[in-house]
Design a protein around this ligand. Structure first.
Ligand code: NAD
Length: 250
């Protein structure tokens, strides 16, 4: 594969790699992305994912939100793939400083990565909007299942509820919501000081996350993506392929 040897050499020589990824990192683990041919945008829903996953939609049509969320993002049994595992291995060896991700699936931590900056939060953390009690992934999963017993026309159908009666909200940054400043600042620092920045599995169209690339000052900007991105021309090395397959050869 073209570029693979160069990437291998750069990785061998570096102990300051930073990885920045998106939904494409997890498609080989069975979690669909938003923009590929098989992604969520090409499936049939009453509303586009960006509308359903917005703050306004969550507040106004909570039941509709959870129908989509449970079906597409609250996925049980997904396992890290070769890309997640390789990144954890590089960190363990002292070669990689941080994984910055737009994903909310927790697969990097499951693979063993320690310094994971989740720009868009995580399905693993959930809070009651009324009393702020914490709920994990499986709590929410079973509460959504319980709420399936309700009339599908009920506003609470499939909506996970706290014992206090409040609605549980995932700690996920919905469209219209702001990113966590601490996570953003740390990400900027890692990227600004990175020797190699590898960007993988992201269409680089969701801002402000996509803008993070502008902070990189080095000369080893690597893009690993299935399809072309608006930033391909800026990169020092572009590899078009499946990230799990590519990383398993590194
Ligand atoms: P995106 O869906 O916009 O783009 C994904 C990109 O990955 C595409 O360019 C596609 O060509 C590429 N891709 C797909 N499979 C790949 C593979 N195996 N190897 C390499 N590249 C592959 O995703 P995005 O840029 O991350 O933005 C979408 C937003 O949706 C994110 O902000 C994220 O929060 C959210 N999201 C998260 C998940 C998840 O947590 N797993 C899943 C879907 C969407």
């Amino acid at each position: 594969m073209e570029g693979l040897e160069t990437l291998k050499k750069w990785i061998d020589e570096s102990n300051n790699i930073v990885f920045f990824g998106g939904a494409g990192v997890s498609t080989e683990s069975g979690i669909p992305d938003f923009r590929s041919v098989d992604g969520l945008y090409h499936q049939k829903y009453d509303y586009p994912p960006e509308t359903i996953l917005s703050h306004t939609f969550f507040m106004r049509k909570t039941s509709e939100f959870y129908k989509f969320y449970a079906d597409k993002l609250l996925l049980e049994g997904a396992k890290p793939n070769a890309a997640h595992l390789k990144l954890a291995e590089w960190e363990e060896k002292g070669k990689l400083k941080a994984v910055i991700t737009q994903n909310i699936d927790g697969l990097h931590q499951m693979a063993g990565s320690k310094e994971v900056l989740e720009l868009h939060g995580s399905v693993q953390r959930n809070y009651c909007m009324k009393c702020h009690k914490f709920f994990d992934f499986s709590d929410v999963k079973s509460k959504v299942e319980e709420a399936k017993a309700l009339d599908p026309k009920s506003p609470d159908y499939m909506v996970p509820k706290c014992e206090c009666g409040g609605t549980i909200k995932p700690d996920v940054v919905l469209y219209e919501e702001g990113l966590d400043n601490t996570v953003l600042t740390k990400s900027v620092n890692y990227i600004a000081n990175a020797d190699i920045l590898i960007i993988g599995g992201t269409s680089l169209v969701v801002y402000p996350a996509a803008g993070l690339i502008d902070y990189y000052r080095g000369k080893k900007l690597v893009l690993v993506n299935l399809s072309a991105t608006p930033q391909d021309r800026r990169a020092d090395l572009v590899i078009h392929g499946k990230i799990g397959e590519v990383f398993s050869q590194l």
